[in-house]
Structures are given as C-alpha cells and as structure tokens.
Design a binder for this molecule. Structure first.
Ligand SMILES: Cc1cc2nc3c(=O)[nH]c(=O)nc-3n(C[C@H](O)[C@H](O)[C@H](O)COP(=O)(O)O)c2cc1C
Length: 167
C-alpha cells in the first residue's frame, strides 16, 4: 500500500511535519512518498493521501487549496486525511478561529477526509520580516510548538487504520 503525503509550506516547518508523518507511516510497513503539493502530478497511483498545509492569515497555502480542487475526484475515492500547522506563541492565547480555515476544511470533509488535526507550528526569527516580527514578539519556548510525539502518534493512527483495512 502506497501513501502520498502532500504538503504546502512557506518556511519549511510544515514540510518537516510532512516528512515525519511519512517516516512514521513507513515505520508501520507501508510505502509513503512525501511531496510538495504543487509538484504532485498523479494522485491516482496512491492508495491513500495525507494533505497538510501551513496556515497564514487564516488560510491554507494556495498550493494545498489548489490540490484539493484539482484532485477532488481522486481524493473522494480513497482514504484521505488532512492537517494544518500551526499555532505558535502562548498556548493559553490560542484562538481556534485563527487556526482553522473553515471553508477549506469543510471542503476537505465533504470529500471524505477522515480527520483534520491542527499541529503547532514554528516561527523563526530567520524567516522573512513578518516572521521575524512575530518571533521576536513571543517567548522563545513558544516559537516552535511542533510536538513530534503528537505528530508521530497521529501518523501511526493513520497507518493503523490503513493496515486494519478500514481503507
Ligand atoms: C505572517 C504570518 C501569519 C500567520 N498566520 C497564521 C494563522 O492565521 N493561523 C495560524 O495558526 N498560524 C499562523 N501563522 C503561523 C504559521 O502558520 C507557522 O509559522 C507555520 O508553522 C508556518 O509553516 P511553514 O514554516 O511551513 O511556512 C502565521 C505566521 C506568519 C509569519
């Protein structure tokens, strides 16, 4: 069984999450390719798809939104999961409305997405001007909120569902 992990990332942190998801799926004995959403030519040859995007100003990246539209038929016909990344800063100040691009997630759910999870993200002072301003405005410990145990556990759940034949 071959799984496609497609992602859209501006500054690389979502790409690293996607790579960890693919690696965990492989650990569980399935094949997994990790590919930038804008570079995926053929979804039909995969048995299942995970699609993830960084969220900027409450929106998924254009490549991930485009992927949902262009591959809608293929996605509707196979097991499909989505993730977003991600909140940074003090978790006590998390605002769900800021993290979840509602219309896009509704579209994914309409295509049959089995789960949508929001992983913490990263803002780095080495990014662009906006990133730097955001990063410098928050305590260092909240600049990278990616929880690798949470990410691996979620990916293991995806693999387990596929292996159980729920796909
Ligand atoms: C200008 C800017 C806007 C952002 N807007 C959001 C947002 O609306 N919701 C959210 O959850 N995170 C937001 N973030 C945080 C990013 O999603 C986070 O940094 C993410 O990990 C970036 O992923 P990437 O490195 O793959 O581009 C924003 C970050 C920046 C710099």
């Amino acid at each position: 069984m071959e799984v496609l992990v497609a992602y859209a990332s501006k500054h690389g942190s979502t790409a690293e999450i996607a790579a960890a998801v693919a690696a965990e799926i492989r650990e569980h004995g399935l094949g997994a390719d990790c590919v930038a959403a804008g570079e995926v030519a053929d979804v039909e040859r995969y048995d299942a798809v995970v699609l993830g995007s960084a969220v900027y100003l409450k929106r998924w990246q254009g490549d991930a939104r485009h992927f949902l539209r262009v591959h809608a038929k293929a996605l509707a016909g196979r097991p499909f999961w989505v993730f977003s990344s991600g909140p940074t800063g003090d978790p006590a100040e998390d605002d769900v409305a800021w993290q979840e691009p509602k219309r896009t997630i509704a579209r994914a759910e309409k295509l049959g997405a089995r789960d949508h999870v929001v992983f913490g993200g990263r803002v780095s002072p080495e990014g662009g001007r906006m990133q730097r301003t955001m990063a410098e405005g928050m305590p260092e410990e909240y600049r990278d909120r990616r929880d690798w145990d949470q990410i691996r556990a979620w990916a293991a759940g995806v693999a387990a569902e596929l292996r159980a034949g729920d796909g």
